[in-house]
Every structure is written in structure tokens, then in C-alpha cells.
Design a binder for this molecule. Structure first.
Ligand code: FDA
Length: 501
């Protein structure tokens, strides 16, 4: 048995992990957070912590020789990606055979790189997805708690109507309106008051300077500024970075022993340690947590884990598409990187779609309307353990995206017909109008009530918990981080009230 390193260990530092760390710390439990990425608090040679999307460098991506931005091409030219040197950068693209998954790496996980969109799902759809979770409790107590802690806010509608920075969204709203479709404001964790000061020229620009997928230097209330700061403030929580958890086994005297690799900034493993704990909270995200548990089950270190570990994965039906506007419908050279509006057609039972109106800030007029469509795709993938590579492999085929593409096409064919416009084919590579080969919303792999009990306790192992997006069975109908946070709040409240420590 390894010496006990801490009463509780939390793996990862994204949404679920951050909630676990805070609530454990407040309950007086000494907790160590292990995060494979960096702490993003030190300016580089350019004086900035994060690079901008237009000038990516080594900080942009997780150990790459070249950036892999979602828009591979523009006007069929490869102008977006850049050669970089390998480094523990903030955005990773995990490439499986039929699907690539973007994830954040660093203290704060996905909150460092995401678009900050913070919607709450339709209650009816939430109950369809997680029927055994008490929706009264979620919508009455835990969603408000999570939104308050995350700092979710709304854009000032008057400013939205007048600013050049959201012209792109107003044009898309007009075209949706011409089609008879409803648009809705989407709350965000970016500080819109700060954004207004950026526009006025009184604050350093971040969302108005193209910053988003490689991190925001200002304005974004990422987890390091909210939950994780509060967790550290309890005095009971510490965070260790560049620590990758690879193995978990049971400690014969109770609790768990983790195998943890420390890496340096070149990616070299400088140390491998065994760290013991009484309670283990897995918050490494849908891919990370599922891989840790699948490896543990398949290599025999936690053989009693449920068959359901590795199953029930989905990408929230993500598809991107873009339309070419008429020359008089300019979208503006200046675009905020934080989306603020969505086309909400989720109640259309025949073809439910929630399409975020996405910016494409290129610094010049391009007449493009971009969308990230969230669709209701019934297909699910599963992970298998590849022993040779010692990694989890996602089994997902491109044809499983067909329902998502069909739903997005159904909606945007209508928009194009109503506005006499066409799709853009030059943005995603391969002359395609729909990008269905990547996702920002990995969900599932350790589904609530299947791989775990109804509160995230791993079946078969006392004191082992799943707290992140792997609990949600593949679909949510809206952007997921508020719900991941809310579910973690609900589960942690129960676990801290009931489970022995
Ligand atoms: P999350 O992925 O946040 O955190 C997991 C952490 O664990 C990471 O920091 C990772 O480095 C670490 N980790 C993984 N394996 C590990 C290991 N073995 N050892 C140690 N650490 C390990 N959502 C939304 O609601 N609104 C939005 O606008 C967007 N936009 C968006 C844009 C982009 C570009 C991306 C990539 C994603 C989004 N998302 C989003 C999705 C959102 O960010 C995502 O759903 C959440 O971050 C998932 O939260 P989790 O807690 O599940 O894990």
C-alpha cells in the first residue's frame, strides 16, 4: 500500500472537478487536485498569457507540431493553421477514427478555451435525458447555485442592437426571422460589461481581439477565477499541475492508489509516483475519466467496474455549417468571439435543432454566417481499451453523424430558401457544407445510473466517484457546461451528506 497522500484526490480541474474540489474543501476535507495541463497565469514573451487565434504559437495546442484549428481552410487556402513547437498548450484535439474531440488542457479544463455560452436546457428535454434525476431539485436549487458560482450573465439588449461587434448575429437573426424561426439570447460567463468597455476603447481587448479557443486574456470568468479560486480559498485544497493520472487500483487497507506521471514542458516524463487517497473523484472529462476507468477495468486493477463503463458516448449532435450572404448583408469585419444568440427550434418535434450563431472574426468582411448546430442524434459510440497503445479508442463511424447532418441541413435549407442564399463549401475542407468530423461537446462514457449509481458513485467501488461530463448520456440539446456543473453540485451535496469519510 502507498502512503496516503491526501484524504481526497480530484483528477482534472474542469467543471465537475472544480465543484468537487470546492465542496470538499468547504467540508473540511484536505484535497489534492491533479491536472495534466499547465497553470495559465504567467505571461509569455509577448506579455500575454494566451496567444490570439490569428497568431497561434506553442501555447495554442497540446504537444503539436502544427495547430489544428476547426476551420482548416478559408477560400480553399490553408491560411489558418501554423507550425508550432510541441508544448503543453491549452487546446487539445483528440483524433479518433471517425471523430475528433476538442478539449481544454490546464487548470480550468474546458473553461479556458470555450465560448462561455451558458444556457440551461429545456426542462422537458433534461428529464428525457436523465429521467431519474429530480428535475424540481435541479431547476429549483442546483441550476441557480451553479449559475451564480459560474458568474453567468446576460448581454445588454440595447448594446447588442447597436454595436458593430454583434452585427453578424443580427444578420443571422434577420435571416432566421425571414424563415419563421425564433432566436434567443444565450447567457455567457464572459463579462459583457467588460466587453462594452473593450468596444469603448477603455479596456484591453480580448473577446474583441479574436481571443477564444486558445484562451482569453481578459473578461472570461473561467474556473480558475470562480470555483477553483474559491476552492483554494478554503485552505484545504491544493492543485498540482503537469500531473497525468494513468492508473488506479484499490489500496488493500482501504481507499485508492493512483499512478501519476509528472511531465515537463517538453512532455518528458520526469517522475512516476503512486499516490494514495481515501476518496477519489474523477473529473478528467468524458474522454479522460472514461479512459482511466476503462483501463483500470481492462487491465484488472478495478475488475468489478460496470460493463457500462465506456458506453453511452455522444457528441451532443454537434455540426457546423456556414452560409454565404448577399453582398448587402454584411456581417462586419469586427466580430466578438463570444456567441450571444441562438436559433431555437428545439420544440420542432420533427426536427429539433438549437443552432448557436457563431462568430468568424477574420478582421475583414467575408459575408459568412456561421453556426454550431446542436441536434438530437440518437446514435451512441463506445470506447474500447487498446492494450498496445494503452489508450481508450472511441468507436464512432462517420455515418453515425448522418442524423445530425440531416437535421442541420433541414433547418438551414429552409433558411437558405427563405433568403435566396447558399452554403459555403470552402471552410471545412473537402468541399463540404457541413463539418461533422469534430465536436466541442463530448458527453458520456460513464453514464449516471449505469456506470455509476444515481449520484456518480462508481458501481462496485465505494469511495470512487465520477463528477464530470462523462455522466451525461451523449446529448443535452444545449451547450453543456452549466449542466455538468449543476449535476456535480447535486451529486456532491448528496455524497458529502451521506458517505463516510
Ligand atoms: P473538462 O474537459 O472541462 O476538464 C477535464 C480536465 O481534466 C482537463 O483540464 C484535462 O486536462 C484534465 N485531464 C484529463 N485527463 C487527465 C488525466 N489523465 N490526468 C490528469 N488530468 C486530466 N460548453 C458550453 O457549455 N458552452 C460553450 O460555449 C462551449 N464552447 C466550447 C468551445 C470549445 C473550443 C471547447 C473545446 C469546448 C466548448 N464547450 C462549451 C464544452 C465545455 O467546455 C465542456 O463540456 C466542459 O469543459 C466539460 O467539462 P468536464 O468537467 O467534463 O471536463
Amino acid at each position: 500500500p502507498a502512503a496516503r497522500y491526501a484524504p481526497a484526490i480530484v483528477v482534472g480541474s474542469g467543471y465537475g472537478a472544480a465543484v468537487a474540489a470546492l465542496r470538499l474543501g468547504q467540508a473540511g476535507v484536505r484535497t489534492v487536485v491533479l491536472e495534466m495541463g499547465r497553470l495559465w497565469n504567467t505571461p509569455g514573451p509577448d506579455g500575454k498569457v494566451f496567444p490570439s487565434t490569428s497568431a497561434p504559437d506553442q501555447r495554442s495546442m497540446w504537444f503539436r507540431n502544427r495547430t489544428e484549428a476547426p476551420l482548416a481552410q478559408f477560400l480553399w487556402l490553408d491560411v489558418v493553421n501554423r507550425d508550432i513547437s510541441p508544448y503543453p498548450g491549452v487546446l487539445d484535439r483528440v483524433n479518433y477514427d471517425g471523430m475528433s474531440v476538442y478539449v481544454g488542457r490546464g487548470v480550468g479544463g474546458g473553461s479556458l478555451v470555450n465560448g462561455g455560452m451558458a444556457p440551461t436546457p429545456r426542462r422537458s428535454y433534461f428529464s428525457e435525458v436523465l429521467p431519474r434525476v429530480d428535475a424540481d431539485e435541479m431547476y429549483g436549487t442546483y441550476y441557480p447555485r451553479a449559475r451564480a458560482m459560474l458568474g453567468v450573465g446576460d448581454i445588454d439588449p440595447a448594446w447588442f442592437e447597436s454595436t458593430e461587434w454583434y452585427r453578424f448575429a443580427r444578420i443571422s437573426r434577420k435571416h432566421a426571422g425571414n424563415t419563421g424561426l425564433r432566436t434567443t439570447f444565450v447567457p455567457n460567463v464572459y463579462d459583457f460589461a467588460y466587453m462594452q468597455r473593450e468596444a469603448a476603447g477603455t479596456a484591453t481587448r480580448s473577446a474583441l481581439a479574436g481571443e477564444v479557443i486558445y484562451g482569453n486574456n481578459h473578461g472570461k470568468k473561467s474556473l480558475d477565477k470562480t470555483y477553483l479560486a474559491a476552492a483554494l480559498g478554503t485552505g484545504n485544497v491544493t492543485i498540482e499541475t503537469l500531473q497525468r493520472v494513468v492508473g488506479v487500483r484499490r489500496d488493500p487497507s482501504g481507499g485508492y492508489v493512483l499512478t501519476v506521471r509528472t511531465i515537463d514542458l517538453t512532455g518528458r516524463v520526469t517522475q512516476t509516483r503512486e499516490l494514495g487517497c481515501a476518496q477519489l473523484f474523477l473529473g478528467a472529462g468524458s474522454l479522460g475519466t472514461t479512459e482511466i476507468l476503462l483501463r483500470a477495468r481492462e487491465t484488472g486493477s478495478l475488475p468489478e467496474l460496470a460493463e457500462a463503463v465506456g458506453r453511452g458516448w455522444g457528441h451532443n449532435g454537434n455540426v457546423m455549417t456556414a452560409r454565404a450572404n448577399h453582398l448587402w448583408d454584411t456581417v462586419g469585419a469586427n466580430q466578438a468571439t463570444m456567441p450571444a444568440l441562438g436559433i431555437d427550434d428545439w420544440d420542432n418535434a420533427a426536427n429539433p435543432v438549437f443552432a448557436e450563431i457563431a462568430p468568424l472574426p477574420m478582421g475583414f468582411e467575408h459575408w459568412i454566417s456561421m453556426y454550431l448546430a446542436i441536434t438530437k442524434n440518437p446514435e451512441r459510440g463506445h470506447f474500447t481499451y487498446d492494450a498496445a497503445a494503452d489508450a481508450a479508442r472511441l468507436n464512432w463511424t462517420r455515418d453515425q453523424n448522418a442524423p445530425s447532418v440531416a437535421a442541420a441541413k433541414n433547418l438551414f435549407d429552409r433558411v437558405n430558401r427563405a433568403n435566396f442564399t447558399i452554403y459555403r463549401y470552402d471552410l471545412f475542407g473537402g468541399n463540404r457544407a457541413f463539418a461533422d468530423d469534430f465536436t466541442y461537446h463530448p458527453l458520456g462514457g460513464c453514464v449516471l445510473g449505469e456506470a455509476t449509481d444515481d449520484y456518480g458513485r462508481a458501481k462496485g467501488y465505494r469511495g470512487l466517484y465520477v463528477v464530470d461530463g462523462s455522466l451525461i448520456p451523449g446529448s443535452l440539446g444545449v451547450n453543456p457546461f452549466v449542466t455538468i456543473t449543476t449535476l456535480a453540485e447535486r451529486n456532491m451535496a448528496r455524497i458529502l451528506a451521506e458517505d463516510p469519510r
